[in-house]
Every structure is written in structure tokens, then in C-alpha cells.
Ligand binder design. Structure first.
Ligand code: GDP
Length: 366
């Protein structure tokens, strides 16, 4: 399951967003015993294809893919008082696949800004600085040990020292490794350290309602420019925490109309999740049986056995082949039966790279 950590300064709209996404209606219904931790919320991944598949197959249940959001409180203290990050905070954020940084881009004199004024460029740096300091401590510790190993002539250790030193140079200036344009080899070397500033980051820009449909305001433009200038490969998703919370109060069936009345095509939360999928190179394939139609999350480029392994490790180990049909064919031909009659179902083997939207049925040895 995809896990996303939410960070940001106080009063930028994190809780408003988080409460909206964990409100009863949005919470993943298929996880009735979802964690009791109030800082964790599981949300269904919106995907219209799932509904179409359910229309065709008429299964007993439909199960969307799920994303877990973790509201990582606690950055505040370090950022505003120079105290550094708490261990619990670090543990929480280390376990996530990506970070969403909520940045305030809305002006509202009634909402206090902890740093005095609205300035998303500065806010971004404050948070980056904190995350970089946390990584710096991790890298320093590792460097000490690896240097000692390198002295004994250990070639791997020597190579690692070089990578760690390059990381150190960035981090000591309070710059995240996002800007370092690490090679795949360097990333692999640093992987065991679970560094924070290597994780893909998305900026959720909390803007005024008008900006969502009209021209972007100065704050949002400045944020975009700063990200481009830094060389960071990050997406910016404008949203309005206010609209998200209004949306969450509505019955599910009224939400589309509400969005349309504002001139919006989709909720900010949906756009955030989609951007997260893109950023992480994630795709969806489906299983579609009479009992259950279900969406499964895989990485772009995953082979059929790997995709089967998302359902169960036994499926991957005992993989024989997979009946496979593209989503469009499956829907237009009326499901498995029609697709088989028209010869649209292929039998794919171990080397097959799964395509986004494939509908699959695995054959395996147990
Ligand atoms: P957090 O500290 O980052 O979790 O911020 P909150 O979600 O608690 O929001 C802080 C304050 O800003 C609250 O009073 C919210 O009602 C207000 N707020 C949040 N989002 C918006 C927004 O999009 N527009 C306006 N005008 N106020 C907002």
C-alpha cells in the first residue's frame, strides 16, 4: 500500500486537509478496522474504470486500491524553535513512500501565520532545512562507520564513502538531496539509510478558491518558480483545504455537482493521489470476478509474476501464466466471456510487462 506523509508548518491547512480526507465518507470503507491512530487515514484511490468494470461484471463487491496518509505532526517545533525533529516524527516519516508538503498560498488576515506573513518560498525552505538536518545526522553517523571500514581496504566501503560525502555536502547547507540529482547507483547506496530528502515530494499548495479556476496568484507562482530554480523534480498540486472540507461534509452523491458548480473537475484529494501515482511511477491493474472486482497497485514495468505477488506471494512464486485483456476490450466486449469469444484474451507468461488497466486472471501452482 502506498503511504504518504503529510508535512508542513502550523496553520497552513494540514489538519483541514487531513480531516477532510479521513472524514467518514472518504475513508476507505473496506478497512472497517483501520488503524485507531488518529494521525493515519486510509483513502480509496479514485478510479472511474473500477465502476465501469463493476457495471459489466456485477460482482458481490468492488474493492478500490488504497492510499494511507500519515499526518506527521511535530515538524513545527524544530522548524520554529530550532529544536530539531523528534524521534517519533522521524520514525513515522521514514516509513512513508512519499512526502506531501502542504504550503500555505492563501491570504487571510484572520488566519495567523507562524512566521508572520504568507511566504511559501520561505516556508518550503524552512521545512527542507529541517528534513535536511535530520538526514545530515543520519549521514554523519554512517560516514564515521564507513570511513573506518574503508581504512581497512574495503572497496565497497570506499565507494560508499564517496557517495556519503557527496550527500553530506548538500545536507550540511540545509539543502535536501532532491536537488542533488542522485544517480540510480547513488540512490541504491543510500537506500538503507531511509533518508527523508530522497523521498519523492509533492507540494500541495493551499490556494484561495478563485485560483483553482482562475489565474494563479503571486504566492503560487513564486513557489513554482523556486522549485524550478532549485532543480528539484517535484509536482505542485494546487488545492483548497476549505473546499475539501466542505466537500467532505456532503453526501458522496452530491460531491460531483458541488465540484461542477465551482467549475472543478475533480477534488483536490483525487488530484493529489493521482499526482502521487505519477510521481512514484505507479499503475493499476484489475482482477474482475463475480465475487470481486478489484484494483491493484503496481510499479510501471512490473512483470506479470510481480503483479500477481501483490495479491499474494504464493501467486508470484507459483506463477504459470495470466489470462490478460485490456480494460477497453474487457468493457466493450462485455467481460471475460465476450472477450474470449472475440479472441481478445491473451495468455501471458513470466516476461510479460503489465500495462496500466490490464484485467488479469492468474494461473499458478500452489
Ligand atoms: P494546520 O496547523 O496546518 O493543521 O492548519 P489547519 O488545518 O488547522 O488550518 C489553520 C487555519 O487556517 C484554520 O483556522 C483553517 O480554518 C484555516 N484554513 C485552512 N485552509 C484554509 C483555506 O484554504 N482558506 C482559508 N481562508 N483558511 C484556511
Amino acid at each position: 500500500m502506498l503511504r504518504i506523509g503529510i508535512v508542513g508548518l502550523p496553520n497552513v491547512g494540514k489538519s483541514t486537509l487531513f480531516n477532510a480526507l479521513t472524514s467518514a465518507g472518504v475513508l476507505a470503507a473496506n478497512y472497517p478496522f483501520a488503524t485507531k491512530d488518529p494521525n493515519v487515514g486510509r483513502v480509496n484511490v479514485p478510479d472511474a474504470r473500477l465502476d465501469r468494470l463493476a457495471d459489466v461484471v456485477k460482482p458481490q463487491r468492488t474493492v478500490p486500491a488504497v492510499v494511507e496518509f500519515v499526518d506527521i505532526a511535530g515538524l513545527v517545533k524544530g522548524a520554529s524553535q530550532g529544536e530539531g525533529l523528534g524521534n517519533q516524527f522521524l520514525a513515522n516519516i521514514r516509513e512513508t513512500d512519499a512526502i506531501v508538503h502542504v504550503v500555505r498560498c492563501f491570504d487571510d488576515d484572520d488566519v495567523l501565520h507562524v512566521m508572520g506573513d504568507v511566504n511559501p518560498v520561505r516556508d518550503r525552505e524552512v521545512i527542507e532545512f529541517e528534513l535536511a538536518l535530520a538526514d545530515l545526522a543520519t549521514v554523519e553517523k554512517r560516514l564515521d562507520r564507513t570511513r573506518r571500514a574503508a581504512k581497512t581496504g574495503d572497496a565497497d566501503a570506499k565507494a560508499e564513502v564517496a557517495v556519503l560525502e557527496r550527500a553530506y555536502e548538500f545536507l550540511k547547507d540545509g539543502r535536501g538531496l532532491w536537488e542533488a540529482k542522485l544517480t540510480d547507483d547513488e540512490k541504491a547506496t543510500l537506500q538503507p539509510l531511509s533518508l527523508l530528502t530522497v523521498k519523492p515530494i509533492l507540494y500541495a499548495a493551499n490556494v484561495t478558491d478563485a485560483e483553482l479556476t482562475g489565474d494563479e496568484g503571486a504566492h503560487l507562482k513564486a513557489l513554482r518558480a523556486a522549485i524550478v530554480a532549485s532543480g528539484e523534480l517535484a509536482s505542485v498540486v494546487p488545492f483548497s483545504a476549505k473546499i475539501e472540507s466542505e466537500l467532505a461534509e456532503l453526501p458522496a452523491e452530491d460531491r460531483a455537482d458541488f465540484l461542477a458548480s465551482l467549475g472543478l473537475e475533480s477534488a483536490g484529494l483525487d488530484r493529489l493521489i493521482r499526482a502521487g501515482y505519477d510521481l512514484l511511477g505507479l499503475e493499476t491493474y484489475f482482477t474482475a470476478g463475480e465475487q470481486e472486482v478489484r484494483a491493484w497497485t503496481i510499479h510501471r514495468g512490473d512483470t506479470a509474476p510481480k503483479a500477481a505477488g501483490v495479491i499474494h506471494t504464493d501467486f508470484e512464486r507459483g506463477f504459470i501464466k495470466a489470462d490478460t485483456v485490456g480494460y477497453d476490450d474487457f468493457v466493450s466486449m462485455g467481460g471475460w466471456k465476450g472477450a474470449r469469444e472475440k479472441g481478445a484474451v491473451r495468455s501471458e507468461g513470466k516476461e510479460y510487462v503489465v500495462a496500466d488497466g490490464d484485467v488479469m486472471l492468474f494461473k499458478f501452482n500452489v
